[in-house]
Design a protein around this ligand. Structure first.
Ligand SMILES: [Zn+2]
Length: 322
């Protein structure tokens, strides 16, 4: 293959030609819109570090869900900001919890959206860690038992998919068992399988009010340099019954999205996290970058790396563009 017989520019001459041979196409059908539900009514509070993202009460969540559905986005993922916090995250378990009430309200509104729920303790514990503390450490097995109960309460409220984000060992299996033995065999699990201890979660902690009050999350979230270990995490979650496996964050880990897609024959999700969103938004607001083009380029790169679905705060913007 050599010049001048081959001229790759021939197919780049205009948009029609480029469109004809485009290899990766972003579609609305693979987008998930994250939402933060808080107590009260008529609450719609913008998150300072994430312009365009809101903490909202249940009634407002339902309103935005109508918009999300009308844009053709297939699903949302809910994060809860509870009324009360305690050392064991008790407010995450009951039917009166913010997430459980939001699911019920969405169901009552007869929306066809897939409702995915984040399963974790960090938004509900007063210390802000993803598990319960015993002897100064996040205790794995005690946490897993609570997470299974939380996932079950989401299923009872009507969740389609539960998504454990805690990174405790064995939680996918425990959740699968809890769901199956209570008549929720149809509820799927999207596991945050390769979730790294990342600096890119910063703005989310403001949105979810979930910053750890001491220490950090490195004893349970993954060490960023480790790719082989990520494959072991994915393998274990699939063995335990995960239906979808996730890599989080997305952009600094595109190589791992690629590896997961090619090493396992399973649906792969990628979380385009808060820091990835805020960087583009901030630069866009300042006029330093073409926000729309940067967004499309980034999300297309995540898709090209192998992600089947993308959780992104840009979901509505992209759906409008597509
Ligand atoms: Zn957490």
């Amino acid at each position: 293959m050599s010049f001048p017989t081959h001229r790759l520019r021939r197919l780049r001459r205009n948009e029609a030609l480029r469109g004809l041979v485009r290899e990766t196409r972003l579609t609305t059908s693979g987008l998930i819109h994250p939402m933060f539900v808080c107590p009260g009514t008529k609450v719609r509070q913008e998150v300072g570090s994430m312009p365009g993202v809101y903490q909202q009460s249940v009634d407002q969540i339902v309103e935005e869900c109508r918009e999300v559905e009308s844009l053709g986005i297939p699903g949302i993922i809910l994060f809860g900001l509870p009324e009360t916090k305690d050392p064991r995250g008790a407010s995450s378990l009951g039917s009166a919890g913010v997430v459980q009430r939001a699911i019920e309200a969405i169901r009552k509104a007869k929306l066809k959206l897939l409702v995915i729920t984040d399963v974790c303790l960090c938004e509900y514990t007063d210390h802000g860690h993803c598990g319960v503390i015993e002897n100064g450490e996040v205790a794995n097995d005690a946490t897993v038992a609570i997470l299974a109960q939380q996932a079950l309460s989401h299923a009872r409220a009507g969740a389609d998919i539960v998504a454990p984000s805690d990174m405790m060992d064995g939680r996918v299996g425990a959740i699968r068992t809890a769901l199956d033995s209570n008549g929720f065999a149809q509820v799927a699990i999207m596991a945050y399988s390769a979730k790294f201890a990342s600096a890119f979660y910063g703005p989310f902690r403001e949105a979810a009010e979930s910053a750890p009050q001491f220490g950090d999350r490195r004893s349970y979230q993954m060490d960023p340099p480790n790719g082989d270990e990520a494959m072991r995490e994915v393998a274990l979650d699939l063995e335990e019954g995960a239906d979808i496996v996730m890599v989080k964050p997305a952009l600094p880990y595109l190589d791992l999205i690629w590896r997961v897609k090619h090493e396992f024959n399973a649906p792969v999700a990628a979380y385009n996290v808060s820091g990835e969103y805020s960087m583009i938004r901030a630069a866009g607001i300042n006029g330093w970058i073409d926000e729309e083009r940067a967004t499309m380029e980034v999300l297309t790169s995540i898709k090209r790396a192998g992600a089947d679905l993308i959780l992104t705060y840009f979901a509505k913007d992209v759906a409008r563009k597509l």
